[in-house]
Design a protein around this ligand. Sequence first.
Ligand code: UDX
Length: 434
Amino acid sequence: MREMNSEEKTPVGVVGVGWVGLVTAACFAELGHPVIARDVMEEKVDSLRRGEITIHEPGLAELLTKNSDRLRFTTDMDELLEGARLLFVCVDTPPTYSGDADLSRVRSVVDDLRSDGDHVLIMKSTVPAGTGEAIRRELPGLAYVSCPEFLKEGTAVQDFMEPDRVVIGSEPEHAAAAEEVAELYRPLGGELVLTDTSSAEMIKLASNAYLATRISFINEIANVCEEVGADVEEVARGMGLDERIGPHFLRPGIGFGGSCFPKDVNALKLLAGNSGYHFQLLNSVIEVNELQKRRVVSKLTKHLDNLIGKRIALLGLAFKPDTDDMREASSLVLSARLRGEGAEVVAYDPVAMDSARSLLPGVEMMGTAQEALADCDAAVLVTEWSEFREIDWSEAAGGMRKPVLIDGRNYLDAGELRAAGFLYEGIGKGGDRG
Ligand code: UDX
């Protein structure tokens, strides 16, 4: 096929330049498309125009700089509508108090498009199944395509550029618009799943709920392994070799967090409930996850008798490594439980301490991992930051009141820790019972 130059490539519009919108804008620009991205927040747009970004995402800043001549940022909806027919909607849909997705930002975009007949609304935001159908009924002149995002924090650029699959949902009358979207993604090579709108919306919710279910499942297996003297790492390895199961998302730990899994599992449960179906399994997935965040407390109590006045160090606060994101992080529940038991909690995280400070009142933030460990009665590894493998554990053991370490992610070398003098306990390591 003839190579097109950038001027000939289809312009792409992006509505909402949060994390998903910015990755989408930068990646389409990298693919040679002129991109116009619109956000309501003037400050954000101004700083993006100056080339400044505040989001931690590997490779993103470089792509934005490299493709700055193809990227335009605006607050003006009319400018966006003039600049592109294909509009990727990437606005936030956070949970409301009822746990349902808050669609107010989606609504305001739809209101802006009300009189428009020519544009294609491509929904990347996670919305309840049925949202596309409702918008289509309201705006029959507008072509609607569902194209959910599957980006992971920390690898979002790579996930966009090398997708496992791209899901594109539309109704028959908008098949031509869906094909235009498919054309944008074809150069990336992932399998294209062309389906109806509600199925596309369900694929997103069901994928996240299934991954969360795998994590809660392996966490329960870990808990049983502790009772029967088995090693969950061996169990997960043996299970994962079955092609029907596969090795991914079977890492036990102290619970899943982040901006998507907890929200989407709950949203799917509520969506089912609102439609009259009781999604029994997801109740357990959520409950297991909540309990898993607290199990560390009983492990500590076993070693320390009680936690009153005991100084406990948390190593890592973010919901996963390589991000400063504290949303639904296990550290939030764990630190509150420890303080509830009368413990004094100190913490160290390489990047999340600034975002964590206001969320963890009463938790003292320390400058380094060694400082956090000094004078402690026990420590808990909460987030598997790679720098924790570089800690001088012999030095750390010498400085602690009692060298107890609960490894909430099975991340450290048990042999090394024990040789350094630690009373080391992981998750689901039945052989550690003592
Ligand atoms: C997730 C989905 O993977 C992504 O497709 C979706 O678009 C957004 O939500 P993300 O929130 O960035 O991405 O995090 P992910 O890497 O999937 O991890 C989520 C949580 O699960 C973390 O708290 C992590 O520690 C935990 N996890 C993950 C486990 O406890 N065990 C595992 O085996 C995998």
